[in-house]
Design a protein around this ligand. Structure first.
Ligand SMILES: NC(=O)c1ccc[n+]([C@@H]2O[C@H](COP(=O)([O-])OP(=O)(O)OC[C@H]3O[C@@H](n4cnc5c(N)ncnc54)[C@H](OP(=O)(O)O)[C@@H]3O)[C@@H](O)[C@H]2O)c1
Length: 159
């Protein structure tokens, strides 16, 4: 049976996150998870819309993706969409999750929690902000923990 799976990648406008989106699109057709011929919708998310949209454009004109006919617009199985998501901003998390729930009432399949910061230097502020964003969440409310707690009930396989 053919269906569409949904993946979310955070902090995907550059670096490892962007590479993950690209490789998901490229390798999806040969993945065991796509054995039933299913398609994949990948949300490339970023906290900054111009940077995120620019990253999406880069992938849409990527020669290797084009050659492999990876993207739906090229006849492939993967579709990449941009969405704004700042994992340190509770309003951004709420808005993103609400949109995802509306667009994908069937649930989502994969979340790659990649977004993070690596600040320069080493002092109390750097340690606090780095651990705050990457692990605890600012004031223990925001960041990936908040995203995880809001998204987990909507994970298709967690039901
Ligand atoms: N590269 C390494 O050797 C290495 C080693 C260990 C762990 N990691 C971890 O792997 C992840 C990716 O690393 P990388 O080298 O690709 O880092 P990177 O090039 O600095 O990219 C980090 C990404 O996270 C985004 N981001 C930061 N804070 C965010 C927030 N509050 N909300 C949403 N997005 C946010 C950045 O967006 P902006 O462009 O807007 O800043 C960027 O897209 C990070 O979590 C990093 O800590 C990396």
């Amino acid at each position: 049976m053919s269906s569409t799976k949904t993946a979310i990648v955070t902090g995907a406008n550059k670096g490892i996150g962007l590479a993950i989106v690209r490789q998901l699109a490229l390798q999806w057709p040969t993945s065991p998870f796509a054995a039933s011929g299913s398609a994949l919708t990948i949300y490339l998310t970023a906290r900054n819309a111009p940077r995120g949209e620019e990253a999406l454009k880069t992938l849409q004109s990527d020669p290797q993706l084009h050659e492999a006919r990876a993207l739906a617009s090229q006849g492939g199985k993967s579709e990449i969409k941009y969405a704004t998501l700042d994992i340190s901003d509770d309003a951004s998390i709420k808005s993103f999750v609400e949109d995802i729930k509306t667009t994908h009432p069937e649930g989502i399949d994969y979340v790659i929690s990649n977004a993070g910061i690596a600040m320069t230097g080493f002092d109390e502020k750097v340690v606090k902000e780095t651990l705050g964003c990457n692990y605890f969440g600012y004031d223990h409310k925001h960041s990936w923990r908040a995203l995880r707690s809001r998204l987990t009930p909507h994970l298709a396989r967690s039901k």
